[in-house]
Design a protein around this ligand. Structure first.
Ligand code: C5P
Length: 228
């Protein structure tokens, strides 16, 4: 299991300061989301790799558009040198296959994950948009992503094992909502510890606030890595 740190601080300076404070730890994944990428862009991605070339970058932009536009964007993302990015499974199988087909032409490609159902959806809210049952549809989206050649999905730690059972043990799961040792849940509705993530064969845990809000982020990262 790998640790992916959510870089959600409000300025690039604060995010870079956090990275500098944890740079001695190898094998870390860094999640860069909408806000950071829109504000700080490509330069920021270069700065991450300058701090530690071994840091891996997950660009969390959740692409959703027509197939050709998604494939164009995916190719540009690959050219940025990031190690992982994600797309919405609800963009459809053709879109997912078109993205993977385009990336297959490159000498090296990032890992591609699918977002199934956004966890912010209630069952009712999901039904309003998709007119389908949330849990069934999330599983179906994961199968579609697997059959379209994607590498894995973003999901809850509690869904990870079921998704692997209905696709493959090698189909990657990346799970936010992790409180490694049962720390404060903050605004997350259902949180999982490292032990729960391990039981569910999670591949990547995403951890934000328990690290960047801690008094000593480096010590926290060390404690998590030892547990993994
Ligand atoms: O601070 P915390 O550990 O709760 O951060 C979790 C990160 O994962 C945040 O960047 C949040 O936007 C992201 N995320 C999530 N739940 C999802 C998808 C992404 O918490 N379903």
């Amino acid at each position: 299991m790998k640790l992916c740190i959510a870089l959600d601080l409000p300025s690039s300076e604060q995010n870079l300061q956090l990275l500098n404070s944890i740079k001695e730890h190898n094998g870390l994944w860094i999640k860069v989301g909408f806000r950071t990428y829109i504000r700080d862009g490509k330069k920021f991605l270069r700065q991450i790799k300058e701090i530690n070339p071994d840091f891996k970058i997950f660009l969390d932009l959740k692409l959703y558009d027509i197939p050709n536009t998604m494939a164009d964007a995916a190719e540009e993302i690959a050219n940025l040198g990031v190690d992982m990015f994600n797309i919405h499974a609800s963009s459809g199988k053709v879109a997912m296959q078109t993205v993977m087909g385009r990336l297959a032409k490159l000498p090296k490609r990032p890992l591609v994950l699918a977002v199934t159902a956004l966890t912010s959806f209630s069952s009712e809210g999901f039904k309003e948009v998709y007119n389908k049952d949330l849990a069934d549809t999330a599983t179906q989206f994961a199968k579609d992503a697997y059959n379209s050649g994607l590498d894995g999905v973003v999901c809850s730690a509690f869904e990870s094992l079921d998704i692997k059972n209905s696709t493959s043990k090698d189909f990657l799961t990346l799970t936010p909502g992790i409180r490694p040792f049962g720390e404060d849940a903050n605004d997350q509705q259902r949180v999982a510890t490292i032990d729960i993530a391990k039981d569910n064969l999670v591949d990547y845990i995403v951890v934000g606030r328990p690290i960047y809000k801690s008094d000593n982020p480096s010590a926290k990262v060390k404690q998590i890595l030892e547990k993994l």
